[in-house]
Ligand binder design. Structure first.
Ligand code: GZL
Length: 335
């Protein structure tokens, strides 16, 4: 074979080899680097009404980042119509999963039917919903969050144990959470279950403070004023969350009374502000309600997309914090 022929043959083998390598590399690239489809989660948050809610939002955002899940996050400023708008937008964007914390229990029939028709799975976090057809379970994959009725029972049980009054009348005023919300309905129900077994305890005034410090203070001011006018003594404040209790503490002090002493206060959430108030002797107990749902939510989203089955109800494990453990416990608090 002539020299030139040899060179041509060598060159064409080389070119062939390169092409194969290139293809192979290209093929290898295609096969070795399948671009995983990033899971897209649409999350509609209630608002930023309390320390609890802020911690809940931080937990969800941080966990989405760690999980590599693309989070489309919307803050509804505590308005149901904004949540419904957000859910509709997620449906239009064809997100992989929708999650939300429903500000109130009812009014979700149409939008949850639309999500079902669009075959987008829905996860409820923190609070649940009620559907007009009574079949809420058919519209969401899982509900993860606290047992609010149990939280109300724990508040009642702690109070009865603490007061040690089985005959003397005990007048209780109650700051309820957002009207129509699952925590407000259930925390009231659980607390009243315990008061039914201790009939010397009586709720003499009850009104919503909408889970905020400002409203909690305003309503407590009105309770104090009307009780004084009616010659009634307020022995206890039961607040459905710490933020309203903290607002009420200011009103009690401005009325010249000692919160935690003249008026015993029990509230729910276990946020840092509550621990600080307990250490200052102004709050007597806080019932834990953990907002740290982010990790649970993201693993549920991943399991869902991977086709795994998920429990219909995931209940958060929680404790009760009386004031005498507050100083020791505060450094351990994550929210
Ligand atoms: C409870 C949550 C409540 C908190 C409030 O899970 O929905 O809403 O108790 C918050 O602090 O505003």
């Amino acid at each position: 074979m002539s020299k030139w022929k040899k060179i041509t043959v060598a060159l064409s083998i080389g070119v062939m080899m390169l092409t194969l390598a290139g293809c192979g590399g290209g093929a290898k690239q295609e096969t070795s680097k399948p671009v995983d489809k990033k899971i897209i989660l649409g999350f509609s948050q209630i608002g930023a009404e309390s320390e609890w809610r802020t911690a809940n939002t931080e937990s969800i955002k941080a966990s989405a980042k760690t999980a590599g899940i693309e989070l489309k996050f919307s803050d509804a400023q505590q308005k149901q119509e904004n949540q419904i708008k957000a859910l509709r937008s997620f449906i239009q964007q064809k997100v992989d999963v929708i999650a939300f914390s429903p500000v109130v229990e009812t009014g979700w029939d149409a939008v949850l039917q639309e999500a079902k028709d669009a075959k987008i799975p829905v996860i409820l976090t923190d609070r649940s919903v009620k559907m007009s057809n009574g079949k809420a379970d058919d519209y969401y994959v899982t509900f993860m969050g606290s047992d609010f009725v149990e939280e109300g029972r724990r508040a009642g049980k702690w109070l009865v144990d603490f007061m040690k009054k089985d005959k003397d009348p005990v007048n209780v005023v109650e700051l309820q959470g957002t009207v129509g919300s699952a925590p407000a309905i259930d925390r009231k129900a659980g607390f009243e279950e315990i008061l039914k077994q201790n009939t010397n305890y009586k709720i003499i005034k009850s009104q919503t403070g909408d889970f905020t410090r400002a409203k909690g203070k305003e309503v407590m001011e009105s309770f104090l004023k009307s009780a004084k006018a009616e010659g009634q003594k307020i022995d206890v404040l039961y607040a459905h969350n710490d933020d309203m209790a903290i607002g009420a503490i200011q009103a009690i002090e401005e009325a010249g009374l000692k919160p935690g002493k003249d008026i015993i206060i029990v509230s729910i959430d276990g946020v840092k502000g509550a621990f600080e108030a307990m250490i200052a002797g102004k709050l007597n107990a806080s019932i834990e309600c953990s907002p740290l749902l982010g990790d649970q939510l993201m693993s549920a989203v991943k399991d869902l997309v991977a086709g795994k089955t998920i429990e219909k109800r995931i209940v958060t494990k929680e404790s009760v914090f009386p004031a005498d453990v507050a100083a020791k416990e505060l450094p351990n608090r994550k929210y």
